[in-house]
Design a protein around this ligand. Structure first.
Ligand code: ZN
Length: 342
């Protein structure tokens, strides 16, 4: 099972996680949580902290697990008898779901049984059904943590029974300051700003950009396969009238372009403006460097920061089944206002 040594709350997620821990302590007999966020955001670390907090015998004054007591040590070593952890490579079918339901019916050694399921969107409808009764009518004290970067792909019946813990991007200035304080050798202020922005506020990605060999998930500094969507995104950013923005939104929605692609382009634009695109190894988004250079002059740094924020919120909304066309229209009109105010 479980993760490498060290027990801590993921940087930038302490507030939301402590709220969840407090809710879990007040909680009912059985609880199911859905922990969402893109790769590198700290979902596993958050899950480990939530589980450890149930067993830790010497929590801090904030209620955080100590990381040192016998229970925390057993958890970190992957040997806690009441913790059942299915990692992203583990099998996850009906048989595994039934096995979890059976294990939840057994009396735990300690206070409860904990189940962590990484990449839980792999649960099929039948597998989710095998777990539903356990979640609705628990035979004993249990904590279920489902981790995913695709909450929209999860069986709705399962999702509706979970409390949602959304890990959010760390504000760029906060992440940049943290990178400068902890990375060795420390990046310059300009590098830290660029890396924090290019990472989209995702700690694991930022660390990966500073140390490419340790990258978590897709290395954002490497340009993906050339995408025909680059031209559509460019047209959307160049739109100057309401009609052009609405038409661009319709095209992006029709092509099912993920909002994250616009976010990657906006980050690249910022890096072009700051003349540090090379630090990220070239464009991460679907637009080429010369096209970015054409668009960059009409933006200010501040407007791009705000645009990235708006885009991140739209991307988060899109993961929860909002209407794609309306989401794009709202976003493009917002971006147009931000750009025109420069
Ligand atoms: Zn402890």
């Amino acid at each position: 099972m479980a993760p490498e040594a060290g027990l801590f709350l993921p940087f930038g997620q302490e507030g939301v996680l402590r709220s969840a821990l407090a809710a879990a302590r007040r909680g009912r007999l059985a609880q199911a949580w859905l922990i969402t966020g893109p790769p590198g955001m700290g979902k596993r670390t958050a899950a480990r902290a939530m589980v450890a907090a149930q067993f830790c015998t010497a929590p801090t004054v904030d209620g955080d697990p100590c990381g040192c007591c016998a229970a925390c040590a057993a958890l970190v070593a992957g040997r806690h008898p009441d913790v059942h952890w299915t990692d992203a490579q583990g099998k996850l079918g009906v048989d595994e779901a039934r096995a979890m339901a059976r294990a939840a019916a057994l009396r735990p050694d300690g206070v409860l049984s904990a189940f962590v399921v990484e990449a839980c969107e792999r649960l099929t409808g039948f597998a989710a059904a095998a777990l539903l009764k356990t979640l609705e009518d628990p035979p004993g004290p249990a904590l279920f943590l489902f981790l995913t970067e695709h909450p929209d792909r999860l069986e709705p019946t399962l999702r509706s029974r979970c409390q949602i813990l959304r890990l959010r991007p760390v504000p760029v200035p906060v992440l940049a300051a943290w990178l400068r304080s902890r990375s060795e050798p420390a990046p310059t202020a300009e590098e830290a700003d660029a890396v924090a922005l290019a990472s989209g506020g995702i700690v694991g990605r930022a660390l990966g950009l500073l140390r490419p060999s340790a990258a978590l998930g897709a290395p954002i500094g490497t340009a993906p396969d050339p995408s025909p969507g680059g031209a559509n995104l460019g047209a959307a950013l160049a739109a100057t009238t309401l009609a052009e923005a609405v038409a661009a939104a319709a095209l992006l929605a029709e092509r099912r372009t993920p909002v994250e692609e616009m976010l990657a382009v906006l980050r690249d634009l910022f890096l072009v403006r700051r003349r540090v695109l090379h630090l990220a190894g070239g464009p991460a988004g679907a637009m080429a460097g010369d096209a970015l250079a054409t668009l960059a002059p009409v933006w200010s740094d501040g407007a791009l920061f705000a645009a990235c924020q708006a885009c991140a919120e739209a991307a988060e909304a899109s993961a929860f089944h909002v209407n794609a066309l309306l989401n794009w229209e709202r976003l493009l009109l917002h971006l147009q206002r931000l750009r025109d105010a420069c």
